[in-house]
Ligand binder design. Structure first.
Ligand SMILES: Nc1nc2c(ncn2[C@@H]2O[C@H](COP(=O)(O)OP(=O)(O)OP(=O)(O)O)[C@@H](O)[C@H]2O)c(=O)[nH]1
Ligand SMILES: [Mg+2]
Length: 298
């Protein structure tokens, strides 16, 4: 049993797309579980991860970044982000060190006010700015919403992350461990593998192609030797995109496959035999049945 003073609770990581929410979550828990990229709208579903230390336990919910919805998939993503705000004890509002609050962020701020939960501001990408700019950014956001604490961090360079964790724990209610102390996520290895493949597609493909990509692991089997055979479909919206994903002489698909396999092997700590197939599902982002089968609908 823990002594008095142990704190625990749920924390939604919320904010505009591309500010570094998933990178921050990965670095806070010390493990790369959520996928990240320099493209907007990387995270599509909510991912739960757990951080445990002597003082407390934080259950993080990484959420899709807010952006203007243009199709049913992005409507779902915004919905997930907003709904997560009411399911938590605390909101970690992640921003960049800027002084302009855009439309998406304004909507997010309104939703946070409605959720009526304590908000911690994490101004990320500290490594890209100076003190003066940072101060202005903190002032801009503090004027827009009531914040309980603010911390400037760099998720990528690991600056001020311990401080942020301490502040989060200090603002959580006293309570017991919610998960076993060895738990880091409730995501399956199969789902994380699918996400890794999507990350490699996002990072290697250009223009509008990556936004129309989804990944479905169709087979995930462990041999008695420990080697894992994985077969996955990379789903895209058009024939022309299929050609781009396969690349000249299969070069793009090979690159996506090699990069994915390396990361999946690191995650699973075993050898992986990965087979990728590219399939066209016309306008799947508008198709409720397809969205559901890919896990993008309740
Ligand atoms: N310079 C710098 N870049 C960062 C930092 N944190 C994240 N990034 C970069 O910002 C980009 C977006 O990171 P993500 O973690 O995918 O952002 P996100 O907020 O989860 O984005 P969505 O899932 O689309 O909402 C990536 O290229 C990261 O490498 C940081 O502290 N400094
Ligand atoms: Mg993300």
């Amino acid at each position: 049993m823990r002594g008095d003073g142990f704190r625990s609770g749920f924390v939604a990581i919320a904010g505009r797309t591309n500010v570094g929410k998933s990178t921050l979550m990965n670095h806070l828990i010390g493990m790369k579980l959520a996928i990240t990229s320099n493209r907007p709208q990387t995270t599509r579903r909510r991912m739960q991860t757990v951080y445990t230390c002597e003082k407390g336990q934080i259950v993080f919910l990484d959420t899709p970044g807010i952006h203007e919805a243009h199709n049913r998939l992005s409507e779902y993503m915004d919905d997930v982000a907003y709904k997560s705000l009411s399911d938590v004890d605390l909101i970690l509002f992640v921003t960049e060190p800027v002084t302009y609050i855009g439309k998406g962020e304004r909507i997010m701020i309104e939703k946070m006010k409605q959720a009526d939960k304590p908000v911690i501001l994490a101004v990320n990408k500290l490594d890209t700015t100076d003190d003066e700019q940072l101060e202005k950014a903190v002032r801009t956001y503090s004027e827009a919403i009531d914040i309980r604490a603010s911390v400037a961090v760099s998720a990528l360079k690991g600056i001020n992350l311990d401080r942020l964790t301490d502040i989060i724990i200090s603002l959580l209610p006293e309570g017991p461990m919610l998960y076993d102390e060895d738990t880091v996520t409730d995501e399956t290895e199969r789902n994380i593998s699918a996400e890794i493949i999507r990350e490699k597609a996002l990072r290697n493909l250009k223009d509008e192609v990556p936004h129309g990509v989804a990944v479905s692991v169709v087979s995930f089997k462990e041999r008695s030797s420990g080697l894992i055979d994985i077969e996955a479909d990379i789903i895209c919206e058009r024939e022309s995109h299929k050609g781009i994903i396969i690349g000249k002489g299969g070069s793009m698909l090979k690159r996506i496959g090699t990069e994915s396999r390396k990361d999946i092997e690191e995650l699973l700590q075993t050898q992986v035999n990965l087979k990728l197939f590219v399939k066209v599902r016309k306008d799947w982002r508008q198709n409720p049945v397809m969205l559901k089968s890919l896990g993008y609908r309740e």
